[in-house]
Write a protein that binds this ligand. Structure first.
Ligand code: CTP
Ligand code: MG
Length: 405
């Protein structure tokens, strides 16, 4: 019999912001950080707290599905029941998003933590400290960091005074509160506050603090994203999804397809080769539909998502990149997940270029980029039918076989 989950604690992860200051195409929570999104990293920290918790992710309108994918994968990886996690739609302000999260709490929840998805690398211990302090002191609890720099009071470019640093602390999230107080304060709030603690203080609630973490910095600017990326690259890979750990390690197949339209200036790049004199394909990278279909087939076989997960427009480092970069990174990803490439077969559907004239060369280039794996390339026209037949673009379909390493 299924028992209804009855957690005492919930964490609301607000992820509905647009990330204006980061300035990328995707909302900030969906920007790539290592092999996952910012949101997924935040959730990995949240779900590894020591207490059973409900997790509510507040997503931007239209991105609920992507948020749910991250949330369910993170819950599975942490061994947390899917009944304890849910996604809801955010508001136009952070405060509105927190309010939406509060509406999604389970009835048994008594302690609520509110956390910025943008503080993606916050260690689980910070959540544990906040939960413990809220329950013990019955105060609202803010994780803080001592201010390291000397702080001056300024007026324009004049320094008008010194501020005693020992009286200051930088506030982070997750901030934790007793549920009834938080709900009442949010219902009564009629202006915007800088954070939840400020809103609670205004409503007369006492606040306390615990030690925050330098890793809980908020990813706000491109420099913050660079810092987070460097930290993620240096850290060991997260454990594999439970479904893969537990699966019998039989070979797995995957499928991938890609389409690009002709229509960019410059040379054509296809199947890892440059084709002088042929019309170029458009796309975020070099438009190499053959390489992209292969990447998708390999990721599909390893159940690691798809090309958008790892190389989307939110990964500016792959803008203009060629097949080699995509394939080498994909080889690394499937290798880290415990797989070796059996073989890859890709079919190109296009009027031009004439693949047959350089088939062996293309197979060699793709194979080299995949560490010597067997790659076969075939090509066909579509009898004048469809967009390929009209010469508007190129389609490529790939299958890949992976075997346990
Ligand atoms: N947030 C939210 N809903 C909003 C605005 C912000 O859920 N309407 C969330 C963000 O997703 C983020 C956290 O609040 O996790 C902190 O906000 P901030 O760092 O300012 O993120 P953005 O608002 O996305 O960024 P920017 O201000 O640069 O646009
Ligand atoms: Mg903001």
């Amino acid at each position: 019999m299924n028992s209804t989950p009855s957690p005492r604690v919930a964490v609301i992860v607000v992820a509905a912001g647009s990330g204006t200051r980061l300035g990328l195409d995707a909302p900030k929570a969906f920007v790539g950080l290592g092999r996952h999104t910012i949101l997924r990293h935040a959730l990995d920290g949240v779900l590894r707290t020591g207490t059973p918790i409900q997790v509510v992710v507040v997503a931007p309108a239209g991105r609920e599905g992507a948020a749910e994918t991250d949330l369910l994968e993170a819950a599975d990886a942490a061994g947390v029941s899917r009944d304890l996690v849910r996604v809801t739609t955010g508001g136009t302000t952070r405060q509105g998003s927190v309010a939406a999260g509060i509406s999604a709490l389970l009835p048994t929840v008594q302690t609520v933590l509110v956390h910025d998805a943008a503080r993606a690398l916050t260690p689980p211990a910070v959540f544990d400290r906040v939960i413990e302090a809220v329950e013990r002191t019955e105060r609202g609890i803010v994780p803080v960091l001592a201010v390291i720099d000397t702080i001056k009071r300024v007026d324009g470019d004049l320094i008008t005074g010194v501020v005693d640093r020992s009286e200051l602390a930088a506030a982070q999230t997750p901030q934790g509160f007793e549920r009834a107080g938080l709900e009442a304060a949010y219902q009564a709030a009629d202006e915007e506050y800088t954070d939840d603690a400020a809103l609670m203080a205004e409503a007369g609630h006492p606040l306390g603090s615990v030690e925050g973490s330098a890793l809980a910095f908020k990813i706000t600017t491109p420099a913050d994203l660079d810092r987070a990326r460097a930290l993620v690259e240096d850290s060991p890979l997260p454990p594999l999804p439970v479904s893969l750990d537990q699966a019998p390690r039989a070979p797995r197949v995957g499928v991938g397809a890609d389409v690009h339209a002709f229509g960019r200036e410059g040379p054509l790049w296809l199947a890892g080769l440059e084709w002088p004199g042929e019309p170029a394909l458009s796309g975020h990278s070099d438009g190499d539909a053959v390489a992209h279909a292969i990447v998708d087939a390999l990721l599909s076989a390893a159940a690691l998502g798809d090309i958008g997960t790892h190389f989307g427009t939110d990964h500016p480092e792959y803008a203009g990149a060629h097949a080699e970069a995509f394939l080498a990174r994909t080889l690394g990803l499937v290798g880290e997940a415990g797989w070796r490439i059996g073989n890859v077969a890709v079919q190109v559907r296009a009027n031009r270029p004439r693949l047959a004239t350089r088939r062996a060369e293309a197979e060699r280039a793709l194979s080299e980029a995949l560490g010597g794996a067997s790659v076969s390339v075939s090509a066909t026209t579509t009898d004048g039918l469809g967009f390929t037949g009209r010469g508007e673009g190129v389609e490529a379909v790939a299958v890949a076989l992976l075997t346990p390493a």
